[in-house]
Design a protein around this ligand. Structure first.
Ligand code: TMP
Ligand code: ASP
Length: 237
């Protein structure tokens, strides 16, 4: 496998071509952003932790039958993935109320959503990732009705798998964001799953072990992410 030219650089990752047209390399950077990159920092070691944590979660999900873009972790900061056409919709699953839904709808923090809530957001930083509904996705031709249902179904399955797995490690999966892509006409889970894109609360102490540490200055980010990695690595399923 040969690493070739840079194809795309996002806020947290760089995508490189390889000598195989259907495979690319995702390189995890140390940059942290919040509130549409209004708050920015470089946090040494974040990329390594996120690459390891995301690789672990993708492997677990692949083993449980969820189609993902993940092939394998190839270095501390890099994973080999299938090239997909990203659907510009962020799919958020919520088990407990936290973050934007508390502010937007006045729902008290920690309110339980049973069944879990699935929301769609337009992936567009300039518009500040606005919340959208199925009808908007159809009207904007971002995905078909079938694809939307597939994303919803996969997001709920991912929630079941990760929620149960994290519970065994003493961690509450509060909410998370997923992105999906098209590969050979099929919907597959893409982007990343890490403490940058999930809320994880310590079951005993209630402590945030995710990017809220950076967003709201709750404590050292590396310490929180390291706790997540240590807990999941200790307990291979
Ligand atoms: P929210 O409460 O800010 O809407 O976030 C819900 C979940 O989605 C939370 O786990 C953090 C994650 N998220 C992202 O991964 N990227 C984003 O741009 C935003 C706003 C949230
Ligand atoms: N990821 C978004 C940003 O970089 C927002 C967030 O995660 O809070 O601005």
């Amino acid at each position: 496998m040969e690493k070739r030219e840079k194809l795309y650089e996002g806020k947290a990752k760089i995508i490189y071509a390889t000598d195989e047209p259907d495979k690319v390399i995702a390189y995890y950077k140390d940059s942290a952003t919040a509130f549409d990159a209004v708050k920015k920092a470089t946090i040494e070691g974040k990329g390594v932790l996120n690459n390891k944590i995301a690789s672990f979660f993708f492997k677990l999900l692949n083993e449980k039958g969820i189609p993902t873009h993940f092939i394998k972790q190839i270095s501390d900061r890099e994973m080999l993935i299938y090239k997909v056409e990203i659907i510009p919709v962020e799919v958020v699953v919520r088990n407990l109320a936290a973050g934007s839904i508390v502010k937007r709808l006045g729902i008290p923090e920690k309110t339980e959503f049973n069944p879990p809530l699935v929301e769609f957001y337009l992936k567009n930083d300039e518009l500040h990732d606005p919340i959208i509904c199925k009808e908007h996705i159809l009207a904007m031709k971002l995905a078909t009705e079938e694809e939307i249902e597939k994303m919803r179904e996969l997001a709920l399955k991912v929630n079941e798998i990760l929620r149960e797995f994290m519970k065994k490690q003493g961690i509450i999966l509060v909410d998370f964001k997923l992105e999906f892509g098209r590969k050979d006409g099929e919907i597959v889970l893409a982007d990343e799953i890490s403490p940058d894109t999930c809320r994880f609360w310590d079951e005993k102490t209630g402590e945030s072990l995710d990017k809220d540490r950076f967003r709201f200055d709750l404590g050292d980010l590396i310490e929180g992410y390291t706790k997540i990695l240590e807990k999941i690595e200790k307990k291979e399923t």
